[in-house]
Design a protein around this ligand. Sequence first.
Ligand code: GLU
Length: 443
Amino acid sequence: MKVRFAPSPTGLLHVGNARIAIANWCLARRHGGHFLLRLDDTDTERSKPEYAQAIEEDLRWLGLDWDGMVRQTDRLARYAAAAEVLKKSGRLYPCLETEEELAFKREQRQKQGRPPIYDRAALKMTKEQLDRALANGKSPHWRFKLSHTSVEWQDGVLGRRSVKLPSLSDPVLIRADGSFLYTFTSVVDDLEMGITDVIRGEDHVTNTGIQLDIFTALGGKGDAMRFAHLPLLTDSDGGPLSKRTGAVGLRQLRRDGIEPAALVGYLAALGTSGDPVAAMPAELAPGYELSRVSHSSARFDLKQMLALNRKHLHGLPFAAVQALLPEGAGEDFWLAVRGNVDLFRETRDWWDVVAGTIVPLADAADHDLLRAAIETLPEEPWDEATWPAWTGALAASTGRKGRTLYLPLRRALTGEDHGPDLKVFLPLIGRERALKRLTLAAG
Ligand code: GLU
C-alpha cells in the first residue's frame, strides 16, 4: 500500500484536511504501507513557503509523520514529458479561446437549454489557423480530450460510483502560461509513484472520473488504484465548514489549547457509529477501517470536540502532564484540577489560585462566618483531613451547612464560585495565604 496526503500550500490546514491526513496515515501504518506527503504547489501565485511549513508543523502536531515528501514544483520536467505523451496521442489539444469567449459560449448553450460544457471547437482548428495564431503571439492552453464513456469504480467509502465523462467539459491541464493544473500533475505523480490508494474528500469524486481517464491515457491500468472519498464535514448546523471562520483551522485549535489526541480521536470517529475516544493516530491505526465511515456528510461539532477534550484531560495521569505544569505543581494539584478544566492551559489559572494572588469574594452577610473561620483556622501541618475537620467544626459553631457554609469559604479562599476539591486545595494554598485571603474577605 502506498498512499499520499496532498495538500495545496495555498492556505492553512483545517479539520477537513486533518481528517483526510489521519485516514491516509492510519491505513498506511495499519497495512505496513508508505505514507507520502505531497505538496501540490504548482499554483505558484497562491502557494507560499510559509503555508508549506505550517502544514508540516500542523501534521506533526497531529502526531503524523511521513515516509517521503514531494513538491510538485520539483517535478515540472516529469509533467512536461507526460504532456508530450498525451499530445502525441492526440489526447491533449491546444485551445485559444479567451475567458470571455468561453463565458459567452456557455451562456449561449444555457439559453438553448444545453449543458454548458466545452464544445471542442479547438479540435476543428486547422494547423494553419493554429500556426498563424502562434505567430501572432498567442499562446494556447491545453485541454484533455475525455473519453466518450462512463468511468466506474468501487469506492472504499461510497460504494459503486461512476462519472459520465460526456457530460463534462474537457479539462484544461496546462494553462496558457505553461503551468500545469493539479488535475494533471496529480495523475502523473500517482502513476509514477505507484500510489495504490487515493483517499480524499468527496469533493474530488468528479476529479476521480477525469483523472482515471487521464491515468489510462498515460498507460496506467484502470484497476491499479483504489479510491475512497470521505463525505465532507459540515458545521453543527449542517452548513458547509467555512475556512473563513478560522475556528476550524488546526492552527487556531492548537492555539486555543485543544489536545491533539482529542481532535484526532474526534475526527477519526466522525461519520462512524463509534463513540469518539481521544487517541493519537498511532493508537488508532491498528483498528482503523474506512468501511466504518458512513456515506453521508458528518457534522463537526466544536462543542462535542471540546467535551472530548475535557474528558481526555480528566483521565490524564500526572506523568503525562508533569513537564507541562507550572513550576511547583505536583500530582495532588493535577489530580484535583484536571476535572475542572476544559483546556489544559486553565491549569495555569488554577495554579495562580493556589500560589498567586487572587481577589477574594465575599458578601457582607458572610462576614460573620468568615471571622469565625479565621478564629478556628487550624495550625499547620495541613493535609486532606484539615478541610473536613475545620468546616465540620464551623458547621457546629455557626449552624451553617451545605452551600451556605462551603460557598462563602470557597469564594474567599479562591475568588471563584466553582473549582477543585478544597480538601486538596486548602493544604496547597497553605495557612499563610488562606489567612490573608480570609482576612481580606471578612472586611
Ligand atoms: N491538492 C488537492 C487538494 O488539496 C489534493 C487532492 C488529492 O488528494 O488528490 O484538494
